[in-house]
Design a protein around this ligand. Structure first.
Ligand SMILES: C[S@@+](CC[C@H](N)C(=O)[O-])C[C@H]1O[C@@H](n2cnc3c(N)ncnc32)[C@H](O)[C@@H]1O
Length: 277
């Protein structure tokens, strides 16, 4: 019953969501994104959610799309996705890349999640969860996205990402495990352009988000203050009802976050005021 209500809400609000999320004066005129193009893009992205299994919402894909569309074409940088599963989010990101003439680099083991280690507090996943083979992902993007914009990098992140050395405008990291997230942050962050974006999923986990607030981490590896994270714990406010916390969300079946969270290379989330000083 609740799932049905949520689905009805989700479908009825599609036109409103597309209108609000893509309503920005900063979308660059070079992309010629007319009213009709916005809707055609938004509906395509929404439909893809039904065509393919995906762990993330078309609204979070649109939010990433907005940031790419707001960036002038002369600012360099590829789009990087870490964590593809069956290609549900990659398909939609590839549509944005086609519109903006950017490259989408897709990193994944294409064998599912690695074994999680005890130190990983997100340890409730099983090895091999979310497996989509390279052929499956390519096939789905060929059918529903823009394969011509995509490059695929197969392997474990700690082996593939150290070779990343081209500028990144936006990274979408949907990798479930904390250790995988940390590998992505360490190798992608230095390649982000000056105002490059770093989006994540799994933002309902405060422990998971805490890497973006950790003074010790950012000092040690990047010699800077932590960047913080827009949407820590609850996601971006994209028209869902969600108060949290996630661990007792079953008590509020109509509450569901659907949004993603992000930070940017030039953001800072750093507390300086201590009364005793
Ligand atoms: C939840 S799925 C991604 C879902 C997808 N973004 C979507 O919206 O449908 C997580 C993905 O991360 C990949 N992954 C996680 N840790 C990895 C690692 N250390 N190396 C390579 N791939 C990894 C898994 O193979 C899996 O495809």
């Amino acid at each position: 019953m609740y799932r049905f209500i949520l689905k009805v809400y989700y479908v009825l609000t599609v036109p409103i969501s597309i209108f609000f999320i893509l309503n920005s004066r900063s979308i660059h005129p070079a992309y010629k994104l007319t009213f009709f193009k916005k809707y055609s893009l938004g509906f395509k992205m929404f439909l893809n959610k039904f065509r393919l299994p995906s762990g993330t919402s078309y609204k979070s894909h649109l939010a990433m799309g907005l940031k790419i569309l707001e960036t002038p074409p002369e600012i360099e940088g590829d789009i990087v996705e870490c964590g593809a599963w069956k290609g549900g989010s990659a398909v939609n990101l590839s549509l944005i890349c086609k519109l903006t003439d950017r490259k989408l680099k897709i990193y994944d083991s294409f064998e599912g999640l690695p074994e999680s280690r005890e130190i990983d507090r997100q340890g409730f996943y099983a090895t091999g969860d979310y497996c989509g083979t390279l052929e499956e992902v390519k096939d789905n993007i060929r059918r529903y996205g823009a394969i011509e914009c995509c490059e695929f990098v197969k392997g474990w992140f700690d082996e593939t990402l150290p070779q990343l050395d081209s500028p990144v405008l936006l990274a979408f990291v949907d990798v479930d495990l904390e250790l995988s997230l940390e590998t992505c942050v360490r190798h992608i962050w230095p390649n982000l352009v000056e105002k490059g974006y770093f989006f994540i999923d799994e933002y309902v986990g405060l422990d998971y988000c805490s890497i973006f607030w950790s003074e010790k981490y950012w000092q040690r590896y990047f010699d800077r203050t932590p960047p913080g994270l827009m949407g820590s714990g609850v996601g971006l406010p994209l028209g869902e009802y969600y108060i949290g916390p996630w661990y007792d969300n079953e008590d509020r079946p109509l509450h569901h976050p659907n949004a993603g969270a992000y930070t940017r290379k030039d953001f800072s989330g750093y507390w300086i005021h201590f009364p005793e000083n």
